[in-house]
Design a protein around this ligand. Structure first.
Ligand code: TYD
Ligand code: MG
Length: 453
């Protein structure tokens, strides 16, 4: 009999190690390695391949004529994020913090799909009664098939009998399979169950929606491998305490990535917001130092967001903390501010917050972050009707950004009166009622601030 091998798999990143260690060598996470028994498969690879029908070669043009069918979720905003609806046979992973509204959103979508197609909702977390209570609260009266089960083999058997068009797994971390010997929720279980579900979806052309939990760090719990296996990955953003939820496509084989849709949590479930451009501005009338508005572009549309900075005397080692932005980028921005603007923050704590819980990854937000920092440091208020955008390079130059005209147009529509923008982005004619300050270097933007506030 072949010898059983032992391996250690990191529960954070999925890396395999042959020896136990306190820290994963790949992702540097502590106490994340789990022991996994590698049971040799009884049939050899070549034997497995013997029975398979040989794949046929097709010409690309031939394939092109078979357009894929998209199924609407009944929520036009969610459809847009998915790239136009759910594609047949696709596997979508939906991640997010507990209580953010994953089950709610999926139940709403499923109720709408159920009007035309057969659906199956598999819940390993909640009882059928709990799901039915939620449906009543949401005012849903759909005949969705429910299955409270965590055993993968039973789920697949039920699915084969019912043959639904859409299957929801809530959540992938609760499933257990015969093929894996480790505990539910462990990396190998999650990976094996997801692999079998994906295979089922592809073979039967079923749409598979898998809900996944996220770790404290915000990544999907379990291996990153899960993200590679599926066709699309959607993440919920926004704080569970707040009203707004943002759903972002971080991977999409059938549409644009970074496309977002915005929902508001109400007592009747998630309501879509079709024009979210200004909802992230704090509606405080009182202007405070350290806050300024910028226009970001999330995939296909501009979005106005408010960046807040707080710069305060440090007590001990100075802190640099970012919420909704990249912390490493802040260190860079502070260094540029010092070198090219003479702004000293060595002895100051610097905190940055993006209002509304949305995450901004664009470098176009550099300029606004720097101006907000200066505003807080000097304790001067930047007028509420100013906006700024632009990437700031290491040499202190302000670089152009994509779709500047569209950003300016959106700001003008929302009543902003002055825009500080990169020179290369300056329009020939300013938008009506708006003054455009074109800057080539960071120092010019700082000068404008000094002279006017
Ligand atoms: P849920 O979908 O259960 O979250 P998840 O599956 O991501 O863990 O959503 C739970 C939260 O949503 C809960 O705090 C209550 C709130 N909620 C509403 O505010 N209104 C509603 O109509 C529903 C169904 C839930
Ligand atoms: Mg849930």
């Amino acid at each position: 009999m072949a010898k059983i091998k032992v391996e250690f798999v990191c529960s954070n990143c999925g890396a395999t190690h042959y020896q136990w260690a306190g820290q994963c060598l790949e992702c540097k996470e502590w106490n994340a390695l789990e022991e996994v028994l590698v049971v040799p498969s009884k049939v050899s690879q070549s034997e497995c391949l013997k029975d398979l029908p040989s794949s046929t070669v097709q010409s690309l043009n031939e394939v092109k004529t078979q357009t894929s069918v998209r199924l609407s979720t009944g929520l036009s905003e969610l459809d847009r994020t998915l790239g136009g609806g759910l594609v047949e046979g696709s596997v979508v992973l939906i991640g997010g913090d507990p209580g953010i509204g994953k089950s709610t959103l999926i139940l709403q979508a499923l109720a709408s799909i159920n009007l035309s197609e057969n659906t199956l909702y598999v819940s390993g977390e909640e009882s059928a009664q709990q799901i039915s209570d939620r449906a009543t609260r949401l005012g849903i009266d759909a005949d969705v098939q429910l299955l409270s089960e965590t055993y993968l083999e039973k789920i697949l058997k039920t699915a084969k009998n019912l043959n639904p068009k859409v299957i929801v797994i809530d959540s992938i971390q609760t499933l257990v399979s015969d093929t894996s010997t480790s505990a539910p929720g462990s990396v190998t279980q999650v990976r094996d169950c997801a692999a079998q579900l994906t295979q089922y979806a592809k073979q039967t052309n079923t749409i598979m929606l898998m809900i996944g939990h996220v770790t404290k760090g915000g990544a999907l719990a379990g291996p990153r491998i899960l993200e590679h296996m599926v066709d699309s990955v959607l993440y919920f953003e926004g704080d569970a305490g707040g009203r707004y939820r943002i759903i972002r496509a971080v991977k999409n084989r059938f549409g644009a990535v970074n496309e977002i849709s915005v929902f508001a949590m109400s007592e009747k479930g998630l309501q879509q917001i079709t024009n979210p451009s200004a909802i992230f501005l704090s509606n405080e009338n009182l202007s405070a130092p350290g806050s300024m508005v910028t226009v970001t572009r999330e995939a296909t549309r501009p979005l106005l967001i408010e960046v807040q900075a707080l710069v305060d005397q440090a007590n001990g080692a100075p802190k640099r903390i970012c919420v909704g932005m990249d912390q490493n980028r802040l260190a860079l921005q502070l260094a540029i501010l010092h070198k090219h603007g003479g702004i000293v923050t060595f002895d100051q704590d610097v905190f940055i917050n993006v209002v509304g819980g949305i995450k901004v990854s664009e470098t176009a937000s550099d300029l606004v972050v720097m101006l907000a920092i200066v505003s807080s440091l000097r304790d001067r208020v930047i007028p509420k009707d100013w906006i700024a955008f632009g990437e700031v390079g290491l040499a202190g130059e302000v670089r152009p950004v994509y779709n500047a005209q569209e950003r300016l147009a959106e700001a003008q529509k929302q009543g902003f009166k002055l825009a500080i923008v990169p020179k290369a982005n300056a329009p020939k004619k300013s938008p009506k009622g708006m003054k455009v300050i074109a800057v080539e270097r960071l120092s010019e933007a700082l000068d404008h601030l000094n002279e006017n506030i």
